[in-house]
Each structure stands twice: as structure tokens, then as C-alpha cells.
Design a protein around this ligand. Structure first.
Ligand SMILES: [Fe+2]
Length: 365
């Protein structure tokens, strides 16, 4: 019986190649879906092939599969690592905080009071995890939570801000206040028309002005309920910038509360690394480089430096994709320039601090 030959239409610029089914190796990444019986998708594009997938493909009586060209750069060691990565389960504290926060956000949107104690108790297991587990960020990055962006973003900014506070040696009491300010940083948006908040197109001047009221609206909600003043200031000032280019007050340097400066960095990092309907996510290293560029003038330099140094350490051991298409492993973080670590590609070491032609475009695992 003749083998069926699959023909794919390659888009210009795509780096992919046909591989005989006998030559497929674990770790290769599918560049196109594999269609099985009755035109049903058997394996989807982007699947990292495992031994069991390959055995099934071989039984399908097909001649070739289309894989990403850079897959061939994955050496055996990396391939094993890719295969052995455990599936990351949704963490219980994260999901509990998310659902409780969702309830609170919706109630505040309807004009109700914030249930402070309910929120604190829902958040405390997650905050405990953040404080005790130095690996929480890797777990956070791998969480696949299908939910509204606003809620996820608030929880992520809370986690990142609490981590920054920990790196700045905050006391437990200050960390508690910071985490509350961070989770509530966008609470003012709950009182703004959701059609404007979720609008994927460019906002009109009028709509942008309305959006920019959210820190003040949030501040008013919190001061009415007698929240600690540090928390209120963190919410009010999370869009202020050191050079006075932010809003709502165009406050500068030491006129901005430290909570506002911390939440600003966490907010930028999470918003830019998130996948949205209308935009592709940026690599965390690209965002880190942007924070590095803005650390003198726009963002607080000390907080930015702490953030950049610690955040990059989380990626040691992770597999990344370079702008050349090569797959590599992060080996060491350079203290001078945390966003340009030492990497290993097929047993060769490349120092990105010196080799500026390379760029990390994606963190794979
Ligand atoms: Fe905001």
C-alpha cells in the first residue's frame, strides 16, 4: 500500500522542513497540524513530539511530517529535558484567590463595599506561597489559566509586587499592605464601562481620559473604607513615573510612594508578557530590557535593578529560542546585565553580554 504524501503550503519566512517519519526525533516541534482519520486533527501545530507521539505517527502510514527547522538544534540533553518537564497544574491558592477576587471586583463594580477580611483570607495562602517559595514565578509563568485578563492580571501583579517587596527586605506587615495595594491596583476600573476597559481597538481621546481616572477612582473607593494610607497611595500612584510623565497627578521622584513604584514595574512586566486577543506576548527578556532602559528617568532605578537581577535568576535552566531560531539553555545570569545571560547551544557557550547579535525571543520551558 502506498504511503499518503502530505503537501503543506509554506508561508514565506517560516522556518520549517519535511522529515521522513522514520527520522522524527523526540523534542522536534510540529510546524503544521497532522490530520488523521476522518479529517480530524491528530496532533496540533507546536506540539513538542514525545516518544509515544512518534510511535503513533509511524503507525499512521504517512511519509513525512512538517517540523520547525530549529528543532534540529535541540540536542539530546535538551530533548530529554523538554520531555521530562512535568505538566504544571493550576495551583490551588492561585485559583482560590482568583475566584474570590473576581467576586469582590464585581461587587465593587455594583457599588458594594470591599469585603476586606474575606479578601485577606482568600489571599493569605497565595501570599504565603509567594513569600516561602522562591520558585513561585516559574510556576506562575507555566500556569495556563483561562479567565478574564483583568482578574488574572491583578493576581499576577500582586504576586510580582510581593516578590519585589521580599527582595527589598520588607517586613511581613509591609508585605501584607503591599500585596493588598497590588491586587487592588486596578479596582477603579470596576466602576468604568467594561466596553471601554476591554476595547481591543485604539481608544479615542475621550475613552483614554476615562481610563486614566481609574487610579483616582480606586483611591476614592479605598479611602472611603479606611484602608491604610500606604495601600491607598500605592493604588493612586501606580501609573505615576519618576520623570512626571505619568498620571493622574504627574507626580515625580520622591513624591511617588514606593508601593506605586513597585506596582508600576510589576504592572508593566505582566501586561507586556501576557498574550491578549489583539497583541502577541513579548518575551520576558525583551520586557526586562525595556525596564532596564527605563530605569534611569522613568522607573525607580533601585527597585528596577533588584527586579531585573532576581527575575532573570528564575530563568536559569530554562529553554529559550534565539532570534537565529536556535534553541538554547540559560546557564548563568550576568550580574552586570541580567537580561543577557550566558547560554548553552549544542554544547557551545555563548555570552549574550558580549554577543549582542543574539536576542532571546521566547522562553519555551
Ligand atoms: Fe492601572
Amino acid at each position: 500500500m502506498n504511503k499518503c504524501v502530505f503537501i503543506y503550503f509554506l508561508k514565506e519566512g517560516d522556518r520549517m522542513k519535511f522529515v521522513d517519519t522514520h527520522d522524527i526525533k523526540p523534542g522536534m516541534i510540529l510546524a503544521q497540524d497532522i490530520i488523521g482519520k476522518y479529517d480530524l486533527i491528530f496532533l496540533t501545530k507546536e506540539t513538542v513530539l514525545k516518544k509515544e507521539n512518534i510511535e503513533k505517527i509511524k503507525k499512521m502510514n504517512i511519509s513525512y511530517v512538517c517540523v520547525k527547522e530549529e528543532s534540529e538544534n535541540i540536542d539530546e540533553e535538551l530533548s530529554i529535558k523538554l520531555k521530562s518537564m512535568p505538566d504544571i497544574k493550576l495551583s490551588n491558592p492561585y485559583m482560590k484567590s482568583l475566584s474570590e477576587f473576581k467576586k469582590i471586583y464585581e461587587e465593587v463594580g455594583l457599588g458594594k463595599k470591599i469585603q476586606v477580611e474575606m479578601m485577606k483570607s482568600a489571599m493569605s495562602p497565595l501570599i504565603k506561597e509567594v513569600i516561602e517559595d522562591n520558585n513561585i514565578l516559574s510556576r506562575l509563568r507555566k500556569l495556563k489559566v483561562v479567565d478574564d485578563y483583568t482578574y488574572k492580571h491583578s493576581i499576577n501583579v500582586c504576586i510580582l509586587s510581593t516578590m519585589i517587596g521580599k527582595w527589598l527586605n520588607y517586613t511581613k506587615n509591609d508585605l501584607d499592605h503591599l500585596s493588598i495595594a497590588a491586587i487592588l491596583h486596578d479596582i477603579g476600573k470596576s466602576r468604568i464601562d467594561s466596553r471601554i476597559i476591554n476595547k481591543p481597538d485604539t481608544l479615542t481621546k475621550e475613552e483614554f481620559d476615562i481610563i486614566q481616572t481609574h487610579p483616582t477612582v480606586g483611591y476614592e473607593i479605598l479611602t472611603q473604607e479606611e484602608f491604610n494610607m500606604d495601600i491607598c497611595c500605592g493604588v493612586l500612584q501606580h501609573h505615576e513615573r519618576m520623570d512626571g510623565s505619568g498620571y493622574p497627578m504627574k507626580a515625580k521622584k520622591n513624591k511617588i510612594h514606593e508601593f506605586g513604584k513597585i506596582i508600576a514595574i510589576a504592572d508593566i512586566f505582566d501586561a507586556m508578557t501576557a498574550q491578549r486577543v489583539y497583541k502577541q506576548k513579548e518575551s520576558p527578556f525583551k520586557v526586562a530590557e525595556l525596564i532596564a532602559k527605563n530605569r534611569f528617568g522613568v522607573l525607580d532605578p533601585h527597585i528596577s535593578n533588584q527586579f531585573l537581577f532576581h527575575i532573570s535568576k528564575f530563568y536559569v535552566g530554562n529553554i529559550i529560542r534565539l532570534n537565529t531560531g536556535e534553541i538554547a539553555e540559560i546557564v548563568l545570569v550576568n550580574k552586570q546585565m541580567p537580561t543577557r545571560p550566558l547560554i548553552k547551544v549544542n554544547n557551545n557557550f555563548i555570552d549574550l553580554y558580549k554577543s549582542l547579535e543574539y536576542e532571546i525571543i521566547e522562553v519555551l520551558v
